[in-house]
Design a protein around this ligand. Structure first.
Ligand SMILES: NC(=O)c1ccc[n+]([C@@H]2O[C@H](COP(=O)([O-])OP(=O)(O)OC[C@H]3O[C@@H](n4cnc5c(N)ncnc54)[C@H](OP(=O)(O)O)[C@@H]3O)[C@@H](O)[C@H]2O)c1
Length: 279
C-alpha cells in the first residue's frame, strides 16, 4: 500500500515527502522533478485523473495550487480515487464554503464533493502560510492589506505537512476537518515588527480600505473583479474569522506549531531577503 502524494514539488508537498521518507509515491508532472525529489515517483497530472495511480488500499494526499480548472480536476480525481483509496487527505482553507470568494469558493466546492464521495476523508483547513509573508514586502519595506487590526494565526506550511504525514501513516481515522493555525494570532502591525527583526530593515504594514486596496491591485495588473474579491477577502479575514488559534497541530503531533519568530529563526537571512522585493 502506497501513500500517493500529489503537489509533491510544492511547499507542503516537499515537506511531506521529507516526513514520509521512503513511504511516499510522488506524482510529478515531469520525470526530472521525480529524480530531484529522490523518492518513488510516477508522472501524472491532475487534469488526467487516470494518470494518478491508486491501487486498492492506497492513501491519497490531494493538493495543488489553484487554476481555473481546479474544481473540475480535483473532483474528477476524487471520483477516480473513491473506488480504491483507503483515504483521501486534502488541503483546503479554514472556514470556507462553496459560496466563498475566489479560491476559497473553489475549495468549498471540492470539500463538498469529497464529503459526498463515500471515500474516507480528512480535510486540512489551514489559515495563511508564514512562507508567503516576506514575499509581500515591497522594496520600500511596505506590505499592503485590508485586515485592519484583525489578528491572523499564520501557520508554517511544514506543520501542515507534519499533520498530513501523521494522518496518512496512522490507521484511517474518522472523517474530519482539521482547522490548523500557528500558536498565536498576531496583527499585521505585529507581523511587520517580526519582519523588521528578521530582515534587519524597517518593514511596515499599510492598511487600506477594501476599495482602495482593490484599486491598487487592479493598477498592478489584476483583473477588476478578482481585485475586488481579493480585497474583500482580506477585509473578511480582518473581521476576525482567522483570529482564534486551534490546538489541532499540538493535539496530533504532541508539540506546538512553530511561531513566526521560530519560523524566521530557521530561515537563513539570505533566502529570506531573496523572498522579498529587495534587489
Ligand atoms: N498559501 C497560503 O497561504 C494558503 C493558505 C491556505 C490554504 N492554501 C492552499 O494550499 C494549497 C497549495 O499548497 P502549496 O502551497 O503547498 O502548493 P504550491 O507550493 O503552490 O505547489 C503547487 C503544487 O501543485 C502542483 N500542481 C499544480 N497543478 C497541477 C496539475 N494540474 N497536476 C499535478 N500537479 C499540479 C505543482 O506541480 P508543478 O511543480 O509541476 O507545478 C506543485 O507541486 C492550495 O490549495 C491553497 O489554496 C494556501
Amino acid at each position: 500500500m502506497a501513500i500517493v502524494v500529489t503537489g509533491a514539488t510544492g511547499t507542503i508537498g516537499r515537506a511531506l515527502i521529507g516526513e514520509l521518507g521512503g513511504a511516499a509515491r510522488a506524482v510529478v508532472r515531469r520525470p526530472e522533478q521525480g529524480e530531484e525529489l529522490g523518492c518513488d515517483y510516477v508522472v501524472g497530472d491532475l487534469e488526467r485523473p487516470e494518470s494518478i495511480p491508486i491501487e486498492p488500499g492506497d492513501r491519497l494526499f490531494l493538493n495543488s495550487s489553484l487554476w481555473p480548472g481546479f474544481v473540475r480536476a480535483h473532483q474528477a480525481v476524487i471520483d477516480h480515487a473513491a473506488t480504491n483509496a483507503a483515504q483521501v487527505v486534502t488541503v483546503s482553507v479554514r472556514g470556507v464554503t462553496s459560496g466563498s470568494l475566489l479560491g476559497f469558493g473553489m475549495h468549498g466546492q471540492v470539500d463538498a464533493h469529497l464529503k459526498a464521495s463515500g471515500v474516507p476523508w480528512a480535510i486540512l483547513a489551514p489559515v495563511g502560510f508564514m512562507q508567503n509573508l516576506a514575499g509581500d514586502v515591497d522594496d520600500e519595506g511596505r506590505f499592503f492589506g485590508s485586515y485592519g487590526r484583525g489578528p491572523v494565526g499564520y501557520i508554517d506550511a511544514r506543520d501542515i505537512a507534519a499533520v498530513a504525514a501523521a494522518l496518512l501513516t496512522r490507521p484511517v481515522g474518522a472523517d474530519a476537518t482539521y482547522e490548523l493555525t500557528g500558536p498565536s494570532a498576531p496583527t499585521h502591525d505585529e507581523i511587520a515588527a517580526e519582519l523588521t527583526r528578521a530582515l534587519g530593515r524597517a518593514v511596515s504594514y499599510v492598511d487600506l480600505s477594501a476599495d482602495d486596496n482593490a484599486a491598487r491591485l487592479e493598477k498592478g495588473g489584476m483583473p477588476a473583479q478578482a481585485a475586488h474579491d481579493l480585497a474583500e477577502l482580506m477585509a473578511q479575514i480582518g473581521d476576525g474569522r482567522w483570529a482564534s488559534t486551534t490546538t489541532t497541530v499540538a493535539d496530533i503531533l504532541g508539540r506546538r506549531p512553530r511561531s513566526l519568530r521560530e519560523f524566521y529563526s530557521l530561515v537563513d537571512s539570505a533566502s529570506l531577503r531573496a523572498a522579498t522585493a529587495v534587489s
